[in-house]
Write a protein that binds this ligand. Structure first.
Ligand code: HXC
Length: 510
């Protein structure tokens, strides 16, 4: 027995050393933690239960039979985040560059199966060189087995990917099918083919950072949902995100104690919207004054900043927030903003997270760039997402709700549950200038008449009351009471029941 225990200890120690001290030192020298260090930062202390520590690859090509390292480049298991179970796999770059062999893939698919069976979130920490080149098609098969499970788990359990080093080739597509991708600035990059291949095929000279660094994926491609300065910060932020999410699509929302009153009026909100309708203001101020303790976890903060998406809590329970941002492009809806918000709304709906929508939108962005880029289909994504969503939907129109964008932004007609407007709301087909120039075209040369028509249009249409008279808004509310109104509405809607007709799946305009 003693010998077996000694052997167990020896094997465990060998596995924990991964690719050896020199490679661990190299990992640290690059400012990166090792696979196991990352897990220990992410999970509650001493909660990690590791699986398959002794798994080795079965390859015999290129002398691989002589190079075997226990664990085979990925650490897998489960633990807890603030007491709630989470499955985690963490690529070990010190072992064959974290590359994926058949055995390595088997460890991940086993974990995916367990996460799905036990209905708990799964997070992957990526730092790897793609398919294990020595294994060929066996590695490709392994990737496809992972992808298949990503798809089956989608919408059932939250799946999160954190990119903490290289992530190339086959490694990119599993994250791409998860719910969220986050990156670490300067040390991580993601691309299908690297700079060398790019040079050969397209003759472009580009660095790894320029091709797929965090700055590219959080601002240009929108592949990543956020980026952090270092491993520790990124992992701690993932704990914060996990805390906000239900464990699966049938689980209750996580609920924490809320010390902040929901009945106190915030008088500063009465001054948020400027008198001049063309002046911007920061919608994040309203978001922060609505959610508990101003604690807002923003998703895609650096992309399509004309719309804001993210999670917060009201009375201790998670809500998803979608808000037009008047500070950027006047809060207009364009293709990027529509896609960004559509994906967010669908995530919330899949996991029964109520959606609070703040509306101040002058319409869809005109122009050839938008039309050629498919604005009709991208805009339709957001329309579709809101229309199919059955979760509680609370909408507050703070100022403009013009044209098709009025319809799209969780309007009453798309089964908005409670639709409120501030007194400053203007709900109309378009703004006064455009409207008057069209319906009074014959008077365009007559400044006096145009001024008169504009005044009439503004007083009749640029208010919340035309919509309120028709019941399209349920009530015109004082800005200072917004948090109270939302909290009350969320309480009312806790037992909301609504389902869509049976279908195999819908056909959202992709
Ligand atoms: C086997 C690999 C490997 C791989 C790295 N290593 N990538 N071993 N298969 N794919 C090993 C290296 O041999 C080295 O071993 C160690 O990992 C560290 O690699 P370095 O190159 O020294 O590190 P670095 O300079 O930091 O460069 C990291 C890297 C580079 C950028 C990731 O290694 C690289 O370009 N690797 C190949 C990437 C690639 O083309 N992968 C295949 C993609 S095709 P030692 O023993 O020296 O420490 C693919 C298709 C799947 O994935 C498609 C499915 C849909």
């Amino acid at each position: 027995m003693k010998d077996v225990i000694a052997e167990l200890e020896r094997r465990r120690e060998a596995a924990r050393m991964g690719g050896g001290q020199a490679r661990i030192d190299a990992q640290h020298a690059r400012g990166k933690l090792t696979a196991r260090e990352r897990i220990s930062v992410f999970l509650d202390e001493n909660s990690f239960e590791e699986f398959d520590m002794y798994v080795e690859h079965r390859s015999t090509d290129f002398g691989m039979e002589k190079q075997k390292i226990a664990g085979d480049g990925v650490v897998t298991g489960w633990g807890t985040v603030n007491g709630r179970p989470v499955f985690v796999f963490s690529k070990d770059f010190t072992v064959f560059g974290g590359s994926l062999s058949e055995a390595h893939a088997g460890k991940i698919t086993k974990l995916q199966d367990m996460a799905l069976k036990n209905r708990a979130p799964i997070i992957g920490l990526f730092d790897a060189g793609g398919a294990r080149i020595q294994e060929g098609v066996a590695a490709l098969g392994g990737y496809a087995e992972i992808f298949q499970r990503n798809v089956l788990a989608s919408g059932v359990i939250p799946q999160i990917s954190l990119i903490m080093g290289p992530c190339a080739g086959g490694d990119v597509y599993s994250p791409a099918m998860t719910d969220f991708i986050f990156m670490v600035r300067d040390t991580s990059y993601m691309f299908v083919t690297g700079p060398d291949v790019v040079k050969t095929v397209t003759n472009e000279t580009v660095t790894a950072e320029e091709l797929g660094g965090a700055s590219v994926h959080t601002t240009k491609s929108s592949i990543a949902d956020g980026a952090y300065d270092n491993d520790v910060e990124a992992l701690l932020q993932m704990r914060r995100l996990i805390d906000l999410l239900p464990s699966n699509n049938r689980a209750d929302l996580p609920e924490i104690e809320c010390a902040q009153s929901v009945t106190d009026a915030d008088m500063s909100l009465d001054r948020l919207v400027p008198d001049n309708a063309n002046k911007p203001y920061d919608i994040k101020e309203l978001i922060e004054k609505t959610v508990d303790e101003g604690d807002f976890f923003e998703i895609q903060a650096a992309f399509a900043r004309n719309i804001v998406t993210g999670f917060g809590r009201v009375e201790g329970r998670t809500v998803g927030i979608v808000a037009n941002q008047p500070m950027v492009l006047a809060g207009v809806l364009d293709s990027d903003a529509s896609r960004k918000a559509a994906r967010f709304v669908r995530f919330c709906d899949a996991f029964s997270i109520p959606i609070v929508t703040f509306v101040d939108v002058p319409g869809f962005l005109p122009g050839t760039a938008q039309e050629y880029g498919g604005l009709i289909k991208h805009g339709a994504k957001l329309l579709f997402a809101y229309a199919e969503a059955t979760v509680p939907k609370i909408t507050i129109i703070t100022r403009k709700a013009f044209g098709g964008a009025y319809d799209v932004m969780a309007s009453k007609h798309l089964r908005g549950d409670l639709n409120y407007a501030w007194p400053s709301a203007q709900i109309a087909v378009m703004g006064a200038k455009g409207a008057v120039e069209i319906i009074f075209r014959k008077d365009i040369g007559d400044a006096e008449k145009i001024a008169e028509h504009t005044k009439n249009y503004e007083s009749r249409f640029l208010s919340p009351f035309v919509a309120a008279e028709r019941g399209y808004v349920d009530e015109v509310i004082m800005p200072h009471s917004t948090r109270r109104r939302i909290a009350k509405a969320l309480r009312l809607l806790r037992n909301k029941e609504l389902s869509n007709p049976w279908k195999k799946h819908d056909n959202i305009p992709l």
